[in-house]
Design a protein around this ligand. Structure first.
Ligand code: SER
Length: 311
């Protein structure tokens, strides 16, 4: 990658990835774009609705990008509330992104998710290649996305790469409309009023990862040698498998009177129950040397330190 277009740059991943990429690739070599009129980061920014193919192509050509990191999408909970919009945006936006990548011969990354699995997938040590019959619209768009990215690689030679992200925890931009959002919110709430309402049961175990590890994974995958990537769309990656109770206990090590209050939301509980508890990540380790540095307590410490600094 030399010059990179990032869509959905104002979102949870994008707002951190843009700055991270600019440090390594140069400020002017990372073009942030989002549907919003205003940018969350300094530097080059273009207003881009990914549903508009002509505009997408225009922006990509204007900056002569050689890589597209396509992040614009609806998350799982929001997608369940508006499944038709989720299908249109998650699939239509990705299709446009792949078409642009094909047209300008760019490398392409777009994330898949733990949501690409469903209740008939093995829940523990979920294999890289296994049954994928998700029961959410989000999951349907993610499996379709994986297949589309494979299709563009096999049929048109587009250098597509992807990972199945677990729940991502970060301190810059709140996620919007995901099932794993509670894991971010509890840190903000812990500092604000020492209690957080969790809409999942205390023993709901899900894969999670701290944002710095997720950003490194994107770059490591994009910089890996193409010939090593047998499972290119999309690699299982995760760095911890955690319940809300374990988040609560980890935060209590720093803020002893923190309390998680469990008020279960049936919709988000049903989504979480259909997802893996712990994925097998060894193909990512083998094929692009996927590494992570943060376990739960290290992440908790850093989240709290960072949020205090920003407060
Ligand atoms: N964090 C996402 C969500 O909860 C999963 O990919 O929707």
């Amino acid at each position: 990658m030399n010059r990179i277009l990032v869509t959905g740059a104002n979102g949870q991943i994008g707002s951190e990835l843009v700055g991270f990429l600019r440090e390594s690739y140069g400020t002017d070599n990372v073009i942030a774009s989002d549907i919003s009129e205003t940018s969350k980061t300094r530097g080059i920014y273009e207003v881009l609705d990914v549903m508009n193919y002509d505009r997408f192509l225009e922006v990509a050509k204007k900056y002569e990008v050689d890589a597209i990191i396509h992040l614009a999408a609806l998350l799982s909970y929001k997608a369940e509330q508006n499944p038709v919009l989720a299908f249109d945006l998650n699939i239509g936006g990705l299709l446009n992104s792949l078409e642009v990548a094909k047209e300008i011969k760019a490398q392409h990354f777009s994330p898949s998710s733990i949501g690409a699995f469903g209740p008939s997938s093995p829940m523990i040590d979920t294999p890289q290649v296994t049954v994928q019959r998700p029961t959410t619209m989000y999951g349907i768009t993610k499996v379709t996305g994986e297949l589309l990215m494979d299709y563009y690689f096999n049929k048109f030679g587009v250098d597509t790469r992807s990972v199945r992200f677990p729940g991502l925890i970060s301190h810059k931009t709140l996620p919007g409309g995901g099932t794993t959002d509670y894991a971010v919110a509890c840190y903000y709430d812990a500092l604000k009023d020492k209690k957080s309402i969790c809409y999942l049961k205390e023993d709901t175990k899900l894969d999670m990862m701290y944002m710095p590890d997720a950003l490194n994974a994107i770059v490591d995958l994009m910089e890996a040698d193409s010939k090593d990537l047998i499972h290119r769309n999309a690699y299982n990656i995760s760095s911890m498998s955690v319940t809300p109770k374990e988040f609560e206990e980890s935060i209590q090590k720093i803020i002893p009177d923190f309390e998680m209050i469990y008020e279960i939301d049936p919709l988000r509980q049903a989504i979480a129950d259909s997802w893996p508890e712990k994925m097998d990540i060894h193909w990512a380790q083998e094929e692009f040397n996927f590494l992570y540095f943060y376990d739960l307590d290290a992440m908790t410490q850093d989240m709290i330190d960072q949020l205090k600094k920003g407060a």
